[in-house]
Design a binder for this molecule. Structure first.
Ligand code: UDP
Length: 189
């Protein structure tokens, strides 16, 4: 149930809800990292080995880019665009419902604080959060091991977030990791 787009296996989804169900299936949370695929990344992955390996080791690749959506449709699958920030928000709503522990890393300190308080109002269990400019990586790893978050959202922009996800997964693979770019800024914006 994946479609090849420029050498990358992308999962077509008919709705954001379907993508959420793929990540959170009752109490089971998909383990691994998710990568938003757009035409720029399809091109870049042909030459950028680091991006290529991030893609190859990811568990979920979703179509975040109309060019990718069109390619999938041409191949006979119905699917919609899954913007990374929409997927993230929908995952937060679902994690509140199911009391799934969440960790957030990234964005400026004031943005990070605002995101945390908005999520807490929504009922999300944020077990650990830090901004993206002054965090200590070994402290983050301790927090992973102590608090055992199941959804980890990382907003550092590319390729920083992908590199951090790679390292954190080595220490703590038992979670769903999503690189969310500028999502936190948009969310509190
Ligand atoms: N950021 C961060 N630490 C850094 C660099 C960036 O936390 O060292 C944050 C920045 O505050 C912003 C996000 O990472 O919230 C990246 O946003 P950008 O729009 O550059 O990323 P994109 O969505 O384009 O990947």
């Amino acid at each position: 149930n994946e479609v090849m787009v420029g050498g990358i296996a992308v999962r077509p989804f008919k709705s954001i809800d379907e993508a959420v169900d793929c990540v959170i299936n009752g109490g089971d949370i998909l383990q691994g990292s998710a990568i938003a695929i757009n035409p720029e990344k399809v091109m870049l992955a042909k030459t950028d080995e680091e991006l290529r390996s991030a893609i190859d080791t990811s568990v979920l690749r979703y179509a975040d880019g109309i060019g990718v959506v069109r390619t999938i449709r041409r191949k006979g699958f119905s699917n919609v665009r899954i913007p990374g920030c929409d997927l993230w928000q929908a995952l937060m709503v679902k994690s509140a419902e199911l009391e799934i522990p969440v960790m957030l890393i990234g964005a400026k300190p004031e943005v990070s604080q605002k995101v945390v308080s908005r999520l807490k109002e929504l009922g999300v269990s944020v077990v650990y959060a830090c901004d993206g400019y002054s965090f200590d990586e070994s402290e983050v790893i301790n927090a992973l091991i102590n608090h055992k978050p199941k959804i980890i959202s990382i907003a550092l922009g590319s390729p920083k977030q992908e590199r951090l996800i790679y390292r954190l997964q080595q220490a703590y693979p038992e979670a769903f990791y999503q690189g969310v770019g500028g999502t936190f800024d948009v969310y509190v914006g």
